[in-house]
Design a protein around this ligand. Structure first.
Ligand code: SMO
Length: 805
């Protein structure tokens, strides 16, 4: 572990010269506007003559679309423009996918359902009117003849021969693609193993549910041939690319702007049909067209996530040492491929933190008549963690090895790194066992393990469960992405520009969506250049001003951007020091930049940065061999992905009569390498843990098998945790720098979503260990626990509850 730098505690006043550098919990640059209600979200942008779009959506899970009659709607006063598939077929292309499923045929689709709709909520007709309510009224007057087709909404049933095939033009079955990664001979190792544990693990369909739903505002100036698109997105430059492709415009004719974004979580990772439709309407009407998603639309028309079925097997020798890990899983894609496609990281890190040579992971991507699945914080890692960590506890049980010792015995060690897993992922560095031991100590595991699980005075039995994990953060390289057909790079890009006030403007295509990138970027610039944190302004998310970058996802922004900020900052500082040496008449090596001035190291002479910057901007008063201007741009690609890691421990009290339970403690021990801003990192981990608790304990999008309808698509029926449901969280960190990233930073955005399900399920099963209760599905509700107890009753002679009171 590296020593905790004392700058962190002493330097969080923004006006001290060295405040805001890496490691300090400086106040967030985003907060003054957001806390005053002065943020500017897409819906806050309201140009003159703005008109409003509403969208008619398919009410069936699968339907052929017959005649569409828009005549009555068109006559409604205030209605300006109506689109159906017929109107856009000629002039727009299919929506493009940023991260195609490797090995899958393309499933091109238009912004409006053309002939057949494959999920409830798919856009069929769009209407623009002078107000949203008129547009919504017009939808009531649109007549659409639907011929319902046979549907399938269950992932496993979609593979049965009787299931309707969703894409008969491209596929014979509903399997879009099968991907196998393997190393060694896991089947043979499994036959030689002393202990083999396996299970089928069902992961619930959930949705990221950002506080700000999707939103778009499109403006077209035909004379200038300029389409300006404000959009709530994580990836302004990638949306610009996708809009250009679908609208058949030059990229130079499109400017996308993401101002404040109220959460993305992976969902806002590419262009959606409504974005295209708003642009088509705006170009036809020559008026600004706005669409803001409502919650009902959001539940059916955005993207869902996570739903998968994992058939996982682990083999071990007599001592519990793992000899093979095999995961064959189905991942549900819904009715179409979304801009980012379904999760791929269940494969990449399927073995978690465990050292195994022989391994196999088989991924089958399955189409069903449900809302498309897209990225969501963690992107496959929470799903597979639930499977392998439940099995580690089963393995502990059958082998008689303590679950903490079993984990420790199997973890990749610091000495083994860099270590390549069976899929080719290279774990860069870390001390996985240290985090595990810290978690075990924090919950006094050895004391707990030594005592029987007997009820407390309140009748509840306390159990403790662990989940150890790695998190892939960032991407291996542009070459790695190219092999998978991904339409983006692994780099991040910034431009730094001096201004006459003596400040620095930093331009980035990364949009600010709660991850505090403005703050963290400014900290890196302050660290590298010595310029005061409060003289650095970060401008986010506008393609007209920022260099062409990748975007904010995959816990990758800081890993890549810190390198770009360092390179740009070093070049910027070097020129600043040359100008200062000229003015102060000294050697360049004698010049320091401190806060708002450049000075001699001993402080005997100084010149304000504002003076130097004005000289550079005017080209007046600079050395003859210097070019005017003070600006630098850098595009930086890190060497490799970095792997964050840790262990979580849950302490859960279970009522053995009813299955009711409470998570009384949740300890998260985590390493994200060098920490840029401790408060921001803590916020990221806590926020992701809350989403992890939601997915683990209460959230599940349920479809009626008979009708194919989403039955709980509202905030009344879909149980997102509220503040009053918050589980108490205890955070502990180690801080081991990564050798493959600038400053040793690992990503931190997604990690909290990973361990809650497994840790809590393991704790409940530990509490009810006497009856061998097994939990294999998420979410874990009291009913699920009660049912698992009933199953255990059938399998054992004893009865949970009865004997224990
Ligand atoms: S699921 Mo994230 O925004 O890569």
């Amino acid at each position: 572990m590296t020593a905790v730098d004392d700058r962190r505690t002493t330097a969080d006043r923004a006006d001290t010269p060295h405040a805001g550098v890496i490691g300090s919990s400086v106040r967030r640059k985003e907060d003054p506007r957001l806390l005053r209600g002065d943020g500017q979200f897409t819906d806050d942008v309201e140009p003159a003559r703005t008109v409003y779009m509403a969208v008619a959506r398919c009410p069936y899970p699968h339907a052929r679309i017959g005649r569409i009659d828009t005549a009555a709607a068109a006559k409604l006063p205030g209605v300006l423009h109506i689109l159906t598939a017929e109107d856009i077929r000629e002039n727009t292309g299919p929506l493009t996918v940023l991260r195609p499923v490797p090995g899958a045929p393309a499933l091109p689709y238009l912004a409006l359902a053309d002939g057949v709709a494959t999920h409830e909520g798919q856009p069929v007709v769009s209407v623009v009117a002078t107000s949203r309510h008129v547009a919504e009224d017009a939808l009531e007057l649109v007549e659409i003849d639907y011929e319902p087709l046979p549907h399938v909404v269950d992932t496993v049933r979609a593979l049965e021969p009787s299931a309707p095939v969703l894409q008969p033009g491209s596929l014979d079955t509903n399997v879009l693609a099968t991907q196998v990664d393997r190393r060694g001979d896991p089947e043979k190792r499994m036959t030689e193993a002393t202990h083999v544990v396996s299970g089928r693990f069902r992961i619930n369909r959930v949705t990221p549910l950002p506080m700000e739903p999707r939103a778009v505002l499109a403006q077209w100036r035909p004379g200038a041939r300029m389409l300006t698109v404000h959009c709530s997105t994580q990836v302004p430059h990638l949306i610009r690319k996708q809009l250009a492709e679908t609208l058949r415009l030059d990229e130079s004719e499109i400017r996308t702007v993401a101002s404040d974004v109220g959460g993305g979580f992976g969902q806002k990772l590419g262009v959606f049909p409504e974005d295209v439709l708003a642009c088509v309407h705006a170009m036809a009407l020559r008026r600004p067209v706005k669409w803001t998603e409502d919650r009902g639309e959001h539940f059916r028309g955005s993207t869902h996530a996570r739903e998968s079925v994992h058939d996982y097997t682990i083999g071990a020798d007599a001592s519990g040492r793992i000899v093979a890990m095999v995961n064959r899983y189905l991942t549900d894609l819904g009715g179409w491929n979304s801009p980012f496609g379904s999760a791929q990281l269940s494969s990449v890190v399927f073995n978690g933190p465990y050292d195994v040579h022989d391994g196999l992971v088989e991924r089958r991507v399955v189409l069903t008549n449900k809302t498309p699945v897209g990225a969501y914080r963690g992107y496959g890692q929470p799903e597979v963690n639930f499977a392998y960590e439940r099995l580690m506890d089963k393995l502990a049980r059958v082998s008689g090895v303590d679950p903490v010792e079993l984990r420790a015995r199997n973890m990749v060690t610091a000495a083994q790194m860099p270590w390549e897993n069976p899929t080719g992922a290279v774990y860069d560095s870390g001390d996985y066992e240290l985090c595990l031991r810290m978690a075990a100590d924090a919950v006094a595991w050895s004391d707990h393990a030594a005592h029987p699980r007997t009820p407390r005075a309140d009748g509840r039995i306390v159990g403790i469960g662990f989940s150890s994990f790695v998190e892939r953060t960032g991407y291996a390289s542009a070459r790695f992405l190219a092999k998978r057909g991904s339409q983006f790079g692994a780099h991040e890009s910034v431009t730094m520009r001096a201004n006459r006030s003596g400040g620095v403007d930093v331009y980035t295509g990364v949009s600010t969506m709660g991850q505090s990138s403005e703050t963290a970027f400014a900290q890196v610039v302050a660290e590298v250049t010595g310029i005061a944190y409060d003289r650095i302004r970060v401008h986010s998310g506008d393609t007209a001003s920022s260099p062409l970058n990748t975007g904010a996802f995959a816990s990758r922004t800081m890993i890549a951007a810190a390198g770009a900020l360092r390179e740009a900052g070093e070049a910027f500082a070097a020129k600043t020091r040359r100008l200062a040496a000229f003015v102060l008449d000294c050697g360049i090596e004698d010049v320091c930049i401190r806060g708002r001035v450049a000075c001699l190291a001993d402080g005997s002479a100084e010149v304000p940065l504002a003076d130097l910057f004005r000289r550079a901007i005017t080209g007046q008063g600079i050395p003859h061999d210097e070019e005017p201007g003070l600006e630098s741009t850098s595009h930086f690609e890190p060497l490799d992905a970095a792997y964050s890691f840790g262990t979580a421990a849950a302490v859960v009290a279970v009522d053995p009569q009813t299955g009711e339970f409470d998570v009384e403690r949740f300890v998260m021990v985590h390493d994200s390498g060098t920490v840029v801003n401790p408060t921001v990192v803590e916020g990221q981990v806590r926020g992701a843990l809350m989403q992890g608790f939601g997915a683990a304990l209460s959230e599940e999008l349920r479809y009626d098998q008979e009708t194919g309808q989403l039955v709980n698509g509202s905030m009344m029926d879909y149980f997102v945790p509220t503040a009053s449901d918050a589980t108490p969280i205890e955070l502990l960190h180690t801080e081991i720098p990564s050798p493959v990233t600038p400053f040793g930073i690992r990503g931190v955005g997604e990690v909290g979503t990973i361990p809650p399900g497994a840790a809590i399920a393991n704790a409940i099963c530990d509490a009810l260990a006497e009856w061998d209760v097994d939990l294999t599905a998420l979410p874990i509700t009291p009913e699920a626990v009660w049912r698992a107890m009933q199953n255990a009753r059938v399998n054992t002679s004893s009865t949970p509850g009865k004997d224990s009171r």
